[in-house]
Ligand binder design. Structure first.
Ligand code: 1GP
Length: 249
């Protein structure tokens, strides 16, 4: 079970790296190379999805990754149609930082009957966009205002609401290609006050940023854009995240 492992790893202070794969940006050959690279670099999770996809390659991307690696594949859907039962689990995202009813509950209602027919694990996830210095595709497409980066108290209030609503995971996301990653102070406060397993991503470009994100309290550090630009960085980013094991504050 994905959640049991994720929860227990987080409890033991083990830090994990998730590689976000945008199905639009990989042709089949590149995807096989990327899967090999991820295996070699000891990536812990593969995330597949996006807030805006231009090509209909979602399902074949998931199937290719399942064929080429043993790494758990988690869906990170931008909408109800981004479902593929071959994945190991789906982050059932509700965009709790926003007030767009469709992304709080609308897409979820559309997806639920389809998910009910699969045996895929469904992980209830409070998804929070954080201002990363400029509008991102996620903030634009979702038509929501991100949480201001200098307001950790808003992030905590939002995360607590997610916890009380029964969510199993939290995801703080500055958005793909963000100018600035989620600030360490916000990650630290949310982790300390809320305690749920925490994914953090958006705008992380260096091993040092990945390390600081993990040390601040992210249980899973999500990396995407930098690997599209420079796949060779994957090992050093993964090592940096893994090295933050047991780091407390
Ligand atoms: C976006 O957190 C992910 O949802 C990854 O962001 O592409 O900036 O690494 P980057």
């Amino acid at each position: 079970m994905v959640y049991q492992k994720l929860f227990s790893d987080a409890g033991f202070g083990e830090k994990k790296l998730a590689l976000l794969i945008d199905p639009d940006k990989q042709d089949p050959k590149q995807l096989i190379l990327l899967a090999k690279n991820a295996r070699r670099a000891q990536v812990d999770y593969l995330l597949v999805g996006g807030s805006l996809l231009h090509r209909d390659t979602f399902r074949e991307t998931v199937q290719c990754l399942k064929k080429e690696t043993e790494i758990p594949v988690l869906l990170f859907p931008g909408s109800a149609w981004q479902i593929c039962p071959d994945a190991d689990a789906l982050l059932f995202l509700s965009l709790i930082s926003g007030r767009n009813a469709d992304l709080l509950i609308g897409q979820q209602v559309q997806a639920a009957p389809l998910l009910h027919q699969t045996s895929m694990e469904v992980l209830s996830t409070g998804y929070m966009l954080v201002d990363g210095g400029a509008p991102t595709t996620a903030s634009y497409i979702s038509q929501t205002a991100p949480i201001p980066a200098n307001k950790p108290e808003i992030a905590v209030a939002t995360a607590l609401a997610g916890k009380y609503l029964g969510m199993q995971l939290l995801y703080l996301d500055a958005g793909s290609g963000a100018q600035h990653p989620v600030p360490a102070a916000m990650i630290r406060t949310v982790k300390k006050e809320v305690g749920l397993p925490l994914l953090v991503g958006g705008g992380i470009r260096t091993a040092e940023q990945a390390l600081q994100t993990a040390r601040a309290g992210a249980d899973i550090v999500v990396i995407g854009t930098v690997i599209e630009q420079d796949p060779e960085q994957l090992s050093s980013l993964t090592q940096a995240v893994h090295s933050a094991l047991h780091y407390a504050g």
